[in-house]
Ligand binder design. Structure first.
Ligand code: GLC
Length: 746
């Protein structure tokens, strides 16, 4: 079949654009081998489109890709990949399962297998073939914004859960229904080291002895391969400075040579563009390193053209293209997409059976997973709640299904602006408590701000992290800084009302203050659409069996914690409902909270008095103007001209100086990676920050924390210099006293 395909069509099998960047006409012309919807993608531009529109698009692309070709060239239908990472949660009405961190806390692979099967069925309803799941990251620094996509810090637990999800999605290898009815193609991701980056910076660098790194981060892959995973996604991170998308030694040498993987390797979202020397539309290096499919959301035609040319000019041996194409065709054949029995998406089993989205048996599995994932960290005897109790439920999160679902929910980032009407059939944590309270002969009242008429017997405060995904969730430390929950807890404590905390988070966090102010405290993670599972534990309808799959920090600095040293609660900790052993008072000291208030040097578009900015010795009044090859102009971030865009010419520098002490904290946005070297200096030492700026590029507004760890000493000014054109924006510069030893971060 490969030998009868034209070079253009072969290369097209290796290209995967996103649905909002091409149409059926382009699909008919190029015959892209696969396509995806990104976290913010939806059919015909509508990410809240009904399931029928998802299926209609699948049919339209199938039809376009199966039009006749000249000269008897074989027709290769396309296939659609999606991120159904905690249920088919791109689609309204789908069951929203707890995120992986919660599934790790259940310790129940059979349950995870059921979740995979339910998810696969709901994916088939919309005509989609391929799920970019499971994530088998072993998150080792909980500051990472994708910690919640990891089952555990323990490689073995991750391996067990990942393999279970693969079997749930694909079916058991060799079984009758393998990749058949109710089954879809799975992806183990992101190979490898995604959970091991320096300071947990998403897409960052993983440093260390390669065998030591493999002994943690590569462990889940042989197990997933053994379970039959058909595809593996390359990771954004680099290993000792080499980006995984271009890392032949690991992508081919280890994955193929050592682990014997025979499926296909798909790239991550323009991940090939991060390889030194590559752009998103010109990157033979990735294919030569072992990538089979380029996930190239918006530049498919340009990449297709360059790859075809590079085969023609010998840069890429055609044999390498043929090898990759064969892998794609083999998977399509196994998935029933090739040959006389291949069916149009809407003709397949489950397709168009929209009542299977969020169907009761699936929601029951999700509710069981919620209950089994709740980890009781503290209980002074108030749990299980007394039958007949009058309960007040407080916190803005209590009735927000979106906040309970976290990222990758209807949109990429999720968020509380997705009100409950976006989630038909779902049950908020509040609604589950209300029902259970009434069933027990008591009552429940929702009061987000904690006020009440009738004094309640007990108050449940639901609070936690607001949804995020990927690098948007990266943190500098593990302080849970929002004080809504703490203030509610302390207010009830003053009123002598016992409290139960239900903490929503994508990771363990420093919550010593909240723990001290609670009579009981439950780590609820990100439970999803079946919030009644939380009440099942609070009222004792089900036994509390959840155990931490991550070590929980005793201090707030957030340094990597993967073991009992420094842990408040160790991996595997979790109370049964009858464990009311006192926790004792916890230390509420935290250097980041105790330091002197930050002194602002530049904020809201104003340079503070006594602070000056200059470039090449030329003054930049109020951080505007030009000099020494630098141009500083006002731009709008949140308000008119509240930020500055700095454009550096080659060999130019920018200095800000004045009286102050402590770390420099700069809110900045670096659209593109530096073309040359970037250094920072304060006092005598000059530090090369090129690599760390490169990792921070393209991730929107971030916070740069410059301490003596990288500056050596705090001079009375800070200079940023570069030898090549550079552009970035600054919204704030301040100085703050941080705990001794705080690392620099970008
Ligand atoms: C994202 C994620 C990856 C996901 C892909 C497609 O950036 O890194 O996990 O599968 O892009 O949405």
């Amino acid at each position: 079949m490969v030998s009868r395909m034209s070079l253009e069509r072969k290369v097209a099998q290796l290209i995967q654009p996103q649905i909002n960047s091409f149409d059926a006409e382009e699909m008919r012309e190029y015959r892209w081998g696969s396509y995806l919807n990104g976290g913010n993608g939806g059919p015909y531009g509508d990410e809240f489109a009904p399931a029928s529109e998802w299926l209609r698009l699948a049919d339209e692309m199938w039809d376009a890709s199966t039009q006749p070709l000249p000269d008897g060239e074989p027709i290769i239908p396309t296939m659609w990949g999606t991120d159904a990472v905690h249920g088919h949660t791109n689609v309204v009405q789908a069951t929203i399962f707890p995120h992986n961190i919660a599934l790790g806390a259940t310790g129940d692979p059979d349950l995870v297998r059921l979740i995979g099967a339910a998810t696969a069925t709901e994916i088939e309803v919309t005509g989609i073939d391929w799920n970019f799941s499971p994530t088998v990251a072993v998150a080792r620094d909980d500051r990472w914004g994708r910690t919640y996509e990891s089952y555990s810090e323990d490689p073995e637990l991750v391996a067990q859960m990942g393999a279970a999800l693969v079997e749930g999605l694909q079916g058991k290898k060799g079984a009758e229904d393998y990749l058949g009815r109710g089954r879809v193609i799975a992806t183990a991701k992101h190979f490898f080291g995604d959970g091991g980056t320096d300071q947990g910076v998403d897409q960052g660098d993983v440093n260390g002895d390669i065998d030591a790194l493999k002994s943690i981060h590569a462990v889940p892959y042989p197990v997933a391969i053994e379970a039959g995973v058909e595809t593996i996604m390359a990771s954004f991170n680099s290993i000792n400075g080499t980006k995984m998308h271009g890392n032949e030694a690991l992508l081919t040498g280890v994955l193929r040579g050592e682990m014997g993987f025979e499926g296909l390797v798909v790239g991550d979202w323009n991940g090939h563009g991060q390889i030194a020397g590559c752009t998103v539309s010109d990157c033979p290096q990735a294919l030569m390193a072992g990538l089979d499919i380029y996930m190239v959301p918006d530049d498919a035609v340009a990449l297709h053209s360059s790859l075809v040319a590079q085969v023609r000019d010998g840069t890429i041996p055609e044999a390498r293209v043929d090898e990759a194409v064969a892998r794609v065709l083999r998977i399509k054949q196994r998935a029933g997409l090739l040959g006389p029995d291949a069916q149009r998406p809407s003709a397949r089993p489950n397709a168009g059976e929209y009542d299977k989205l969020g169907m009761a048996p699936h929601r029951a599995v999700a509710r069981e997973a919620v209950a089994k994932s709740q980890v009781i960290l503290k209980n002074d005897g108030v749990l299980p709640l007394k039958p007949g109790a009058d309960i007040l439920v407080a916190g803005v999160a209590a009735d927000s299904i979106a906040q309970a679902a976290g990222g990758w929910t209807l949109t990429w980032q999720g968020g509380r602006e997705l009100t409950n009407d976006y989630f038909p059939g779902a049950t908020s944590i509040w609604a589950g408590i209300e029902e259970a309270a009434q069933e027990s002969g008591g009552s429940a009242t929702l009061s987000a701000d904690g006020t009440f008429e009738e004094r309640p017997d007990i108050a449940i405060v639901v609070f936690g992290e607001e949804p995020y995904a990927e690098f948007a969730g990266d943190r500098k430390n593990l302080i849970f800084a929002d004080t809504e929950g703490l203030e509610l807890l302390r207010k009830f404590e003053e009123q002598g009302i016992p409290t139960v905390s239900v903490f929503l988070s994508g990771r363990p966090m420093w919550v010593n203050r909240e723990l001290n102010a609670s009579d009981a405290f439950v780590a609820s993670w990100l439970p999803g659409s079946e919030g009644a599972g939380v009440a099942d534990i609070l009222f004792g309808a089900k036994a509390a069996t959840g155990k931490l799959s991550f070590s929980w920090p005793a201090n707030c600095e957030g340094n990597p914690l993967n073991g009992p040293d420094g842990a408040l609660f160790a991996l595997g900790y979790g109370r049964s409902l009858d464990d009311t052993a006192p926790l004792g008072d916890l230390d509420e000291g935290c250097g980041f909270l105790d330091g002197a208030p930050a002194a602002d040097w530049f904020v809201n578009g104003r340079l503070s008095a006594g602070i000056s900015a200059s470039a090449g010795g030329m003054d930049l009044p109020n951080l505007r103007g030009e000099g020494g090859g630098v141009v500083a102009r006002g731009i709008d971030r949140n308000r008119q001209e509240d930020a500055r865009e700095l454009t550096f010419g080659p060999d130019s520098s920018f200095t800000v100086s004045g009286e102050g002490e402590g770390a420099y904290i700069i809110t900045y946005n670096l659209p593109a990676a530096p073309a040359g070297t970037v250094t920072i200096a304060s006092g005598e030492r000059t530090e090369d920050v090129t690599r760390r700026m490169t990792v921070a590029a393209g991730k929107g507004w971030r916070e740069m924390v410059l301490t003596e760890a990288c500056l050596g000493e705090f001079g009375d000014g800070l200079t940023i210099a570069t030898n090549a054109p550079l552009q970035f924006s600054i919204a704030q510069i301040s100085r703050s006293t941080l705990p001794e030893g705080t690392e620099c971060s970008f």
